[in-house]
Design a protein around this ligand. Structure first.
Ligand SMILES: [Zn+2]
Length: 276
């Protein structure tokens, strides 16, 4: 069978393992297109850049969206990314993931709704990281808002139950309250299965800088596909087990700096020290 035929056969096979095995057997970046780039000896995916937004970034968001439009970026969500990893979809040429953190279920700041509207108007879709301390019974109106967003294509992900610093949470059961319970509540409240844990304070490190493995283990129990922080997480190996770790960039002083961080997301080039 020719390489092309093998590749086509793999594309029609929805088994992720077989698909990846074939890719590895072919070992040819040329067949993969921009979606999966061969990095080192393995088939490693260049993680698309994610911007981390908070309500304080609402004014800058307008310029960031204009910069993304001007540079022909296409938004995707973590759900789309898991489809790419499973071989069921390809990445667009200039992919961008927009995440908005800290939306609370007890009170949704009006600023957030304005940001969501800017993103919608720009023709983009995004991901919200929700802190789920109020249940759907306690605050049905806010959960109805989240459900309406999910119905419009927004992805509702967990930013935990109480926004604790996770590596300092003492027991695995308490971590389950933060991650598993929060993910379940999102399913109950919106009808949508969350895909990611957006880690509070982007901090998942133990003393000494190692990842707190419990965060990944408990996220796997919650059927989450990604653990999202800030630093590193620029590449992932699809043959590894989910949840995959993903990094993000913050918002710079202006759209030029944010744009530099986006365009250099997968490069080791150090950021310029001045902003000229
Ligand atoms: Zn947060």
């Amino acid at each position: 069978m020719s390489n092309n035929r093998l590749f086509e056969a793999a594309m029609h096979d929805r088994s992720r393992r077989d698909f990846l095995k074939t890719l590895l057997a072919l070992g040819s970046a040329a067949l993969l297109g921009p979606a999966l780039q061969i990095h080192a000896a393995n088939a490693v995916l260049s993680v698309p850049p994610t911007i981390m937004l908070h309500s304080k970034d609402r004014w800058k968001l307008i310029n960031i969206l204009a910069w993304l439009k001007h540079n022909n970026y296409t938004s995707l969500t973590y759900r789309d990314l898991i489809n790419v990893i499973q071989g069921n979809a390809t990445l667009p040429d200039n992919p961008i993931i927009l995440t908005i953190d800290d939306i609370g279920t007890s009170y949704i700041l009006p600023y957030y709704m304005a940001m969501i509207e800017y993103v919608d108007k720009a023709g983009y879709q995004g991901v919200v990281g929700v802190v789920t301390h109020a249940t759907p019974t306690e605050n049905p109106a806010n959960w109805a808002t989240l459900r309406a967003m999910a119905d419009r294509g927004w992805q509702i992900d967990t930013h935990t139950t109480h926004h604790h610093l996770l590596p300092q949470v003492k027991t695995v059961d308490e971590l389950r309250t933060e991650i598993v319970d929060s993910a379940k509540m999102i399913v109950d409240g919106t009808g949508q299965q969350p895909i990611s844990l957006i880690v509070p304070y982007a901090n998942l490190y133990l003393r000494g800088g190692k990842y707190d493995q419990r965060i990944f283990d408990v996220s796997a129990e919650a059927n989450l596909q990604f653990v999202v922080g800030m630093k590193d997480g620029r590449y992932l190996n699809p043959v590894d087990h989910a949840p995959y770790y993903l990094g993000r960039v913050g918002v710079g002083v202006d759209s030029k700096q944010t744009g530099w961080w986006i365009t250099h997301f997968n490069s080791d080039e150090p950021a310029p020290t001045d902003n000229s």
